[in-house]
Design a protein around this ligand. Sequence first.
Ligand code: NCD
Length: 311
Amino acid sequence: MLTPNRHLLQIEGMHPPEISALLDLAESYVLLNRSGTTQRDLLRGRTLINLFFEDSTRTRTSFEIAGKRLGADVVNMSVANSSVNKGETLLDTAATLNAMNCDLLVVRHGQSGAPALLAQKVEASVINAGDGTHEHPTQALLDALTIRRRRGRLEGLVVAICGDVLHSRVARSNIHLLLALGSRVHIVGPVTLIPTDAARLGVTVFHDMKAGLAGADIVMMLRLQKERMTGGLVPSAREFFRFWGLDAEKLAFAKPDALVMHPGPMNRGVEIASDVADDPIRSLIKEQVEMGVAVRMAVLDVLSRRAKRND
Ligand code: NCD
C-alpha cells in the first residue's frame, strides 16, 4: 500500500485517486523520457538497491534506468553472489542493508510476503518487484498506464486476462487495479490454472477462449509459469497453444480493434503466436516496456518524497 505507507507492496487496498495520481505523474515522465532529458537532482544522494532473488530482465533493468534518470546511486545486488547463498537469512540481509543507509529497496522474491517482511525490518522504502504468486504492483501500474494512454480511460473497458492466472502475480495486481478503476475483468483459462476463489475477487471466469474474449477491448496474455507448477497442470505446450494460445483466429473473438498485451517474458508458440505478439497495430508489448520505466520513475519519486530523511 502506498499511503500512508512509505512502501509499495501491493495494489490491493490502494485507493482509486492514489492510483490515478501515480498514473498522471508517470504520464509526465513518459514525456520527459521521450524528450531525452533527465531529472537527476530529484534523487541525488539517495541509494537504490535492486535486490533480486529471482530472475528478471525488464523489471530490474527498468528500475535501474528509472533510478539513474532521477539521479540515484543504483546498486544491483546479485543474489547468486551474495551471502544469502552462504545461509544468511532475509532478516540478516535487512540488517546489512540498514547499515548501508539504503533509501529505496526494490525486492523480488520467490516467496509471497517476503518484501512485506523486509519492509518491517528496514529503514528504506520497499518496493515489491514481484513476490511469489502474490503481487507485482509496478507491472499493474505500467499496464494501466499503457491502456489509459491508448484508450483514454480504464473505466468501462473489458479486459480479458488469459492463461496461467493461478501462478500469476501480474494477474493478481492487475485484477485489483483494473476493478478499482472501473474496468470489467474476464479471467480466461483451463480449470487447473484458474484460482478456485477467482470469482470472489469480482471478475468473471471463463474456461473457453471464445466466450472469454467476446467483447474484450484488451487481451492480456500471461506466461505459462512452469517454475511454479508442482504437478502436470497442462498436457503439453502444443496442446496448450491449441486451446489457449492467442493466435489471429482467437483474437478475432475479441472486439475488432482489441489490443494485445503480455508482461514478458513471452513463450512464443505457447501462450502467444509470434505474428500476434509482433503485430505493430494490435500489440502493445513494446509500449508496456517503455511505460515500465516511466511508472517506476513515478513510484520512486512519490516514495522518496514520503520518506524524505531529515539530513
Ligand atoms: C513477470 C513476473 O516476473 O512476474 N515478469 C515481469 O516482471 N514482466 C511475469 C512472468 O514472469 O511471467
